[in-house]
Design a protein around this ligand. Structure first.
Ligand code: PMV
Length: 328
């Protein structure tokens, strides 16, 4: 039986969220919590999906109906990615056979580590291997980004880039620039706020604000872009104190945009009070995670302070490798 297993990393936004949706840069790192996808051949022309993490169990559909009709929320990215690969490869069936996809996640989809984007990238890489399409990273990025836009209409694609390329990236909207930042490690502490954020709702909220006050929002995005550009070289030079200060300035701008929450603010403040060089929310805001950079001898104190503020410390490796084949 033909089978292939691939894996892709999750992501953490370091700086530049929201501004990156509108032609500005961000910095993102790939995290060592990976999503795994196995594709198996079926003898009937059907698509089957088991994705327990998003409550999809034994979902089934005829291959001729892929992308059409009812699609459960948890199957959306995977099924649309499958449709996009089939369309771009110009096939409407898989030589009479079907496929089963099974996903396993190292992390909860609640954390905001980009499990949908990582799953989308896995589907495209997995199908490329399975169907012998030999897609390169740029083609995988383009098809995955199209999938995200098809499903949620909005997004910069930064999470897709992290899943495809891995490492730590300087990234510009839609992948106009995808530049690896050459570092061995990124000493970040991650705290989960316990609240699941909805990215599209927050993007829409800012789009609405920008309608009534375009110059102020645009000004904030320009400021954020300036901070991201400074952080890029500062990270390479390992000037963590300076990186922390840039993160703090980024957080103030996000706060003034209205995307932080009391809980995130409390965790961020606690981290700073315990000796972190800097801290900020990571991602769309409204919940999910915050990140902090701290001197090594203050790491434990910062973690304890975030915990005392009600956060959950998530031990996760950053700057890890991108999508890869695990087994044939
Ligand atoms: O909510 P997350 O972690 O997927 O991050 C969203 C970051 C945004 O800039 C708000 C959206 C995007 O696609 O860049």
């Amino acid at each position: 039986m033909k089978t292939v297993t691939v894996s892709a990393p999750g992501k953490l936004m370091i700086m530049g969220e929201h501004a990156v949706v509108y032609d500005r840069p961000c910095i993102v790192t790939a995290v060592g919590s990976r999503i795994k996808l196995t594709i198996e051949e079926l003898s009937v022309p059907e698509f089957m999906l088991d994705a327990a993490d998003v409550n999809v169990v034994e979902y089934k559909k005829s291959l001729s109906e892929i992308g059409a009709g009812y699609i459960p929320k948890g199957a959306m990215f995977v099924e649309v990615a499958l449709r996009n690969v089939m369309q771009s490869a110009g096939v409407d069936n898989l030589h009479g056979n079907g496929i089963k996809m099974i996903t396993h996640t190292d992390f909860s989809s609640q954390y905001g580590f980009g499990s949908s984007s990582a799953a989308t990238v896995c589907v495209i890489k997995g199908l490329s291997e399975y169907m012998g399409l030999s897609l390169g990273n740029r083609e995988i990025f383009n098809l995955a980004y199209k999938t995200v836009l098809d499903v949620q209409g909005k997004g910069s694609g930064f999470d897709i880039a992290a899943a495809v390329y891995g490492g730590t990236l300087y990234f510009m909207t839609g992948g106009k620039v995808i530049e690896p930042i050459q570092i061995d490690e990124l000493p970040i502490i991650v705290g989960y706020s316990g609240v699941k954020a909805d990215t599209v709702t927050l993007i829409n909220m800012l789009a609405y604000k920008a309608k009534s006050d375009p110059s102020s929002i645009d000004g904030s995005y320009n400021e954020i872009a300036r901070l991201v550009d400074s952080a890029k070289s500062t990270i390479v030079e390992k000037k963590w104190q300076l990186v922390g200060s840039l993160m703090n300035q980024n957080q103030e701008l996000l706060k003034s945009l209205g995307v932080s929450t009391d809980k995130l603010d409390a965790m961020i403040e606690a981290a700073r009070d315990a000796g972190a060089y800097g801290a900020k929310l990571s991602g769309a805001g409204g919940g999910d995670c915050m990140i902090a950079v701290a001197p090594r001898d203050k790491t434990q104190a910062v973690k304890d302070a975030i915990t005392a503020a009600g956060g959950l410390i998530i031990e996760v490796e950053s700057n890890v490798g991108g999508v890869k084949v695990e087994a044939y």
